[in-house]
Design a protein around this ligand. Structure first.
Ligand code: 5GP
Length: 182
């Protein structure tokens, strides 16, 4: 079990346990596999937060998958969105004519995903869809369609399973939250 305490001394509470996460990932993978039967998927992992979700879900897909990694930074060390998205690592391979699925950790205001999708559209993929492990429907500020959603959650700031707070907690095997800190 990874250490769960931050130097602040706070222990995270479990919001979505590991077993529930993995079961939902299997369902999502089946949905995606059914929609893309006979096609090669170009799967884009949005770094950093999606890396664990991405590694788990692509191993549940049973068709050919090409993996690409796109680094974006939108929050810095804060808990509120700046609305400003910075590309920290770009994809060098052409996406033209590819069936692209963007894998995101969480959609909050929707600004980051909307920025990413617009950027990828300009590279002329044959198709473009997105899959987010988590979504906060009450926080959405822009109209962005998320094709595959793992879990809809409230407005709480969540950590674990790839998601951080100031760089910490990414290694937790579950989605958690910090009590009295949001
Ligand atoms: P949006 O642009 O939709 O407001 O924010 C999306 C990005 O903000 C996510 O990719 C994620 O990096 C970060 N984010 C949004 N909500 C949370 C949260 O509850 N916890 C963490 N750790 N990051 C979040």
């Amino acid at each position: 079990m990874p250490t769960s305490k931050h130097e602040s001394g706070k222990s995270p509470k479990v919001l979505i346990p590991e077993v529930k996460l993995q079961a939902r990932l299997t369902e999502l993978a089946h949905e995606i596999a059914a929609d893309y039967r006979g096609k090669e998927i170009t799967a884009i992992c949005i770094l950093k937060g999606s890396f664990i979700f991405f590694a788990d879900i692509i191993r549940k897909l049973d068709q050919p998958v090409v993996c690409e990694f796109l680094g974006v930074s939108s929050y810095g060390n804060r808990k509120v969105t700046s609305g400003e998205v910075k590309v920290t690592l770009d994809i060098n391979e052409p996406l033209e004519g590819k069936h692209v699925i963007v894998f995101e950790d969480i959609v909050d205001s929707g600004l980051t995903l909307s920025y990413i999708l617009n950027m990828i559209k300009t590279r002329q993929p044959a198709s473009l869809r997105c899959c987010s492990l988590l979504m906060k429907p009450d926080s959405m500020k822009v109209d962005v369609d998320v094709d595959y959603v793992g879990f809809k959650i409230g407005n709480e700031f969540v950590i674990g399973y790839g998601l951080d707070y100031a760089g910490a907690y990414r290694g937790l095997p579950y989605i958690g939250y910090l009590e009295h800190d949001h």
